[in-house]
Write a protein that binds this ligand. Structure first.
Ligand code: IFL
Length: 444
């Protein structure tokens, strides 16, 4: 990686990626090529398997042959991620067309049962290219939040409730309550299962392999950050949510005997701060491992306008949050993946020119803590930072995405540059590479 220091900005990564050799995807995958759970750890190809991962929600979009697709960029992003030691990406599988203004366009599903084949072929292409690089993917099949349509859009289809964008109304509580009605709506559930059937059973147009038989896929994930509702949920709402997690996970396992299934939960922050609820939702044998997310700024622990005053408290709370979840994983005897964490750029600023000193410090603390637990044999299985912005760049002075602009790690519900790691963020790249290597070194 010394070459990374010598060279500048994006060229850096181009220099590194020339070292990456792509291998052809296996025609008949061996059984041990699938990621499995052995006691409280992942295993793959006869070894333990740690996730040094990135969130890359738009990977399938870049893979499309036309329209929003940018295959040359996608190949470069994957080469760069591979060169950083990233072995796993967490990606949006499907999106629902919606009137909500802060959602991505186009959507893979324009109406119930109507799929955009060219976008799904983009996902095929992404999976084929990941396979060549021996990387794995976690695919989420729905979204609690508005930026891909998600559960709120299902409610619009089947209950006719207006799809109100909380970025416009400012009412996130009402939005969450409406999103969570999805779990109770029989037609929405039927349609969601149709989507799951279509994706899990899909035959990849590039490799010819059915998704259910493809070891590049590590896990099916029920949704991005599913919650039982807002903070005011009652016991009945919680019970509905727990049942939905269990029933949906079982449904996927019945369709697919090869892959892991996970919830996509943030952990306690997405479980009304109720550890019993989180444990109940993840105790089912159909959920193979636990997930948790860490968002110190979003949760009001860190004020990036007052970093000196709020850093210590935010760090203490972050450590407590991580440790508490590792204890919960021990209780359930399952691996746990920190599949989202992030902090904004110094300033705070969305500009790619702003430094990322605080973010890097935060990432470093998170990586260190996970490595310590991993080295001690605790059930931690790794991390996915949020999120890879790569070569994407914000086009607009206010940093909001508009149709036709580059995709970056920040989805359209947030300013582009908020949490993205760009290919010019050299200190962040070096840090990620160093810690990915440390995690891989634990593989036995
Ligand atoms: O963009 C957000 C995304 O919806 C998510 N978690 C937090 C991210 C940053 O706010 O899943």
């Amino acid at each position: 990686m010394n070459r990374v220091i010598q060279l500048g900005a994006s060229l850096v990564m181009a220099g590194v990626c020339s070292m990456v050799e792509a291998a052809p995807a296996a025609a008949h995958p061996a059984k041990d090529a699938f990621v499995t759970v052995k006691h409280t750890h992942f295993a793959r190809k006869g070894q333990s398997y740690y996730i040094a991962g990135a969130n890359f929600w738009y990977g399938g979009y870049l893979g499309a042959a036309s329209g929003v697709g940018e295959r040359a960029r996608l190949l470069k992003e994957l080469d760069n991620l591979k060169a950083l030691g990233i072995n796993n990406v967490r990606v949006l599988a499907v999106s629902e067309k919606t009137a909500m203004s802060s959602a991505v366009r186009p959507a893979t599903t324009s109406a119930p049962g109507k799929y955009d084949e060219s976008l799904l072929e983009g996902l095929d292409f992404l999976i084929a290219e990941l396979g060549k690089r021996d990387m794995t993917i976690v695919l989420y099949l729905n979204n609690f939040w508005q930026w891909s349509g998600g559960m709120t859009q299902y409610m619009n289809w089947f209950e006719g409730t207006p799809a109100l964008d909380p970025n416009v109304t400012g009412d996130y509580d009402a939005f969450m309550a409406n999103s969570a009605r999805f779990y109770r709506n029989a037609q929405a559930q039927e349609e969601f299962r149709n989507v799951i059937r279509a994706i899990v059973g899909r035959v990849n147009s590039v490799t010819g392999l059915a998704y259910r038989d493809d070891p590049t896929i590590m896990s099916w994930q029920l949704a991005n950050e599913p919650r039982p509702g807002n903070q005011k949920v009652d016991d009945a709402d919680k019970a509905v949510y727990v049942k939905w997690v269990g029933d949906t996970a079982r449904f996927i396992h019945e369709l697919d005997h090869n892959h892991l299934v996970s919830s996509g939960s943030e952990g306690l922050a997405g479980s009304a701060q109720d550890a019993k609820l989180y444990l109940a939702a993840h105790a089912t044998p159909d959920i193979d491992y636990l997930t948790y997310h860490l968002w110190p700024k979003n949760w009001g622990w860190f004020d990036s306008k007052k970093p000196a005053e709020t850093w210590d408290g935010a760090l203490a709370k972050s450590r407590d949050y991580l440790n508490a979840h590792i204890e919960l994983a021990k209780q359930l005897g399952k691996p746990i993946v920190l599949e989202e964490f992030g902090l904004d750029r110094d300033g705070p600023s969305f500009s790619i020119k702003a430094t990322t000193k605080l973010r890097d410090r935060f990432y470093g603390e998170v990586f260190d803590l996970i490595e310590r637990h991993a080295a001690a044999g605790d059930p931690v299985a790794g991390w996915n930072f949020w999120a890879w912005g790569g070569a994407g760049r914000a086009a607009n002075a206010n940093y909001w995405w508009k149709e036709g602009n580059d995709f970056v790690g920040d989805p359209p519900q947030e300013e582009q540059g908020l949490y993205s790691v760009f290919d010019s963020d050299v200190p962040s790249l070096l840090l990620i590479k160093a810690h990915a290597d440390k995690l891989h070194a634990l593989q036995r």
